[in-house]
Design a protein around this ligand. Structure first.
Ligand SMILES: C[S@@+](CC[C@H](N)C(=O)[O-])C[C@H]1O[C@@H](n2cnc3c(N)ncnc32)[C@H](O)[C@@H]1O
Length: 244
């Protein structure tokens, strides 16, 4: 028989870095979202592992790009001290995510923004988390609903938008991926942690330098004459990032 945990039991366990089973947590999701959990939402032990890295690297804010029902954000907030912003294209999932965060009383450190990456500016964070958010475009059988554009063209646009987000992020930004995002991590990022013992690979990257394309992009912003000018400060990149 499955052990039944209360919401408080789960919160206490996660705060102590213990990891209840997914079905124990998923009980607090709306039924139709519980049914798709194994396929679409980050498993608890993965989120707890990630929360450990966020603490280890002293990362204070994470944007979950494609936050779904908010499972990663809520578990991360329970298992660590970081703030989370979930960025999600489907309004009804944003509503469900806000309800979940309130139920687990992490609303002070977890917020959700309704919007689509590539269409509206992304919230800013020290780290960006991607759990294969655009895969649904390719594996149409397991899609969540028919309310958003899905397909090959959308996939290419979204992967490009994710790469741009990381490319223009300031030095010091982290990218956290579980099963990747379909693109490549831009030049300038260095892998600082990887866990290959999980069902999919969990990786943490840190941007340690500007990639060559970043430099090319900020070149036109230099005042003329451009020769012999020092490289623009990182703040110039931050401005680019904020206006993107
Ligand atoms: C695999 S689920 C991951 C959910 C959550 N990050 C987690 O790990 O529990 C991917 C989510 O990304 C959302 N998504 C896909 N493309 C998006 C985009 N361009 N902008 C915002 N959300 C997007 C989908 O609606 C879906 O809820």
């Amino acid at each position: 028989m499955l052990e039944v945990f209360s919401l408080e039991d789960i919160a206490v366990a996660l705060r102590a870095q213990r990891c209840p089973a997914d079905h124990a947590f998923d009980r607090f999701l709306p039924e139709e979202l519980r049914a798709v959990s194994a396929e679409h939402w980050t498993p608890l032990h993965v989120a707890v592992r990630a929360a450990g890295w966020l603490e280890e690297f002293d990362i204070h804010s994470v944007v979950d790009v494609g936050a779904g029902v908010g499972k990663f954000c809520v578990i991360g907030a329970l298992a660590g001290r970081c703030r989370f912003v979930g960025f999600e294209q489907r309004g009804w999932l944003v509503d469900a995510a806000r309800t979940l965060a309130q139920a687990f009383r992490v609303g002070e450190r977890v917020a959700f923004v309704h919007g689509a990456l590539g269409e509206v500016p992304s919230p800013l964070g020290e780290a960006y988390y991607f759990f294969n958010p655009f895969g649904e475009n390719l594996y149409f059988d397991g899609h969540i609903d028919d309310d958003v554009e899905l397909g090959d063209e959308r996939y290419v646009r979204d992967v490009d938008a994710a790469q741009e987000l990381l490319r223009y992020a300031p030095v010091g930004t982290y990218a956290l991926t579980y099963n990747g995002f379909g693109g490549t991590i831009p030049a300038g990022y260095r892998q600082v942690r990887v866990d290959r013992t999980l069902a999919c690979e969990l990786c943490l990257w840190r941007k340690t330098s500007l990639g060559a394309r970043d430099m090319a992009q900020i070149e036109p912003q230099r005042p003329a004459p451009v020769h012999d000018q020092p490289c623009p400060p990182v703040d110039a990149l931050r401005l680019l990032h904020e206006s993107a």
